[in-house]
Design a protein around this ligand. Structure first.
Ligand code: PAD
Length: 359
């Protein structure tokens, strides 16, 4: 079938929005009509060539929701008409990690390496079994998570990546305790959800750090108790001042650069935990001072907020439907797919919490 899609043909170049051909789902695959897709910074990092596993030509888009249009042979998890969120870890269910319930670290995720996207005779690659910047996409069954049908699909789209990554970093990866002090560096589409997670975990101090005042204002609306503009103040020193000179119990890097990871670690009290939520490029190295006696500081990573998509995505949707999680407020601007490059620029220029592509 024909589908309008945003395709990366060349690193550092705008995406081409054009009509492509989407082949039907094969065994174990699901055809989804996308309703909406969030614009996550990961797309921009792919366009910059930061991830060597993302090779053009590729249909981008890594967080989306929609309705099942058709299913391939053997699919049991969903049926046509079901409302679904797409997850970028279509776990195999049968490896060392899946056997231990750590599906977000699956060794053999089904990433659609054999593509269903065509432009003429050219094969267009899938992005991690997602490619939500397309009216229709084909995804492996394991990455198609059914959700309740009364949840609005535009909000549900954000629950594919940014929301669970931020929420899960706090609840699942760090397991923040009530009364804790939490610093969040980078309060964009993902970082605001770290703040939401910290609120739900009962953190006492939530210190938001960014270089844009409009983002710090959004952070307050999402529950930050203190804000620091890192262009105007030394954030590490200020976090220490705000935590009685000790440093924060938890610090989250939500950018993925060495400088920010190092700052998150340097902001900790002895025994504190720094969580790398941002997605560094493959060759990133960091330097941290480890020589502190009785330091016991921890530096940990998290992939997709360490959630188990099949269980946690419906749980996050329920939190929203119960009024306990803000999703409406995350969507600052909506764009048609034709304007996907404007949506990307709005994110890069820091104008939005999240830009949403609506189909
Ligand atoms: P975003 O552009 O919405 O937010 C980034 C924020 O960081 C913006 O508010 C910027 O102003 C701010 N910022 C930039 N530089 C600095 C700095 N030096 N100090 C303080 N603040 C700064 O991006 P996003 O929230 O969509 O993505 C953030 C990161 O999370 C990015 O690296 C993305 O690839 C990563 C990510 N990780 C996972 C995962 O599983 N680990 C999943 C999804 C996204």
């Amino acid at each position: 079938m024909k589908s309008k899609a945003a395709v990366l043909y060349e690193y550092h170049a705008p995406l081409a929005v054009e009509e492509i051909e989407v082949l039907g789902p094969q065994e174990g695959e699901v055809l989804v009509k996308i309703a909406a897709s969030g614009v996550c910074r990961t797309n921009w990092r792919i366009i910059q060539g930061d991830y060597d596993w993302c090779v053009p030509p590729m249909v981008l888009g890594d967080e989306g929701a929609g309705v099942v249009e058709d299913v391939g042979k053997g699919v049991t998890r969903v049926k046509p008409g079901d409302h679904v969120v797409l997850s970028w870890i279509p776990y195999c269910g049968n490896c060392y990690y899946c056997d231990r319930g750590i599906t977000n670290l699956c060794e053999n995720p089904h990433m659609m390496t054999s593509s269903r996207f065509r432009k003429g005779n050219e094969v267009l690659n899938h992005l991690a079994g997602l490619s939500t910047f397309s009216e229709y996409t084909v995804a492996p069954e394991e990455g198609v998570i059914p959700i309740r049908s009364d949840a609005p699909l535009d909000k549900a789209a954000l629950v594919g990546c940014g929301v669970p990554t931020g929420w899960g970093a706090v609840i699942k990866a760090a397991k923040v305790e009530p009364g804790s002090s939490v610093a969040v560096i980078g309060v964009g589409g993902v970082g605001l959800n770290v703040i939401q997670g910290a609120v739900l975990a009962g953190a006492e101090k939530i210190i938001a750090v960014d270089i844009k005042d409009n983002k710090l204002e959004m952070a307050r609306q999402f529950g930050a108790t203190h804000t620091i503009n890192a262009n105007q103040e030394d954030s590490v020193e200020r976090i220490r001042e705000l935590t009685d000179g000790r440093g924060a119990d938890y610090a989250f890097d939500v950018i993925g650069t060495p400088e920010v990871i190092e700052k998150a670690y340097a902001s900790l009290r002895p025994g504190g935990t720094a969580v790398m939520v941002g997605w560094p490029s493959e060759d990133t190295e960091v330097k941290v001072k480890v020589g502190l006696l009785f330091g016991e500081r921890k530096l940990v990573g998290t992939s997709l907020g360490s959630i188990q998509p099949g269980a946690d995505i419906p749980k996050i949707i329920n939190l929203y439907m119960a009024g306990k999680l803000k999703l409406d407020e995350l969507i600052t601007k909506r764009f048609p797919l034709d304007n996907v490059n404007d949506a990307m620029n709005a994110m890069v220029n820091g104008e939005v919490a999240r830009a949403l592509i609506e189909f």
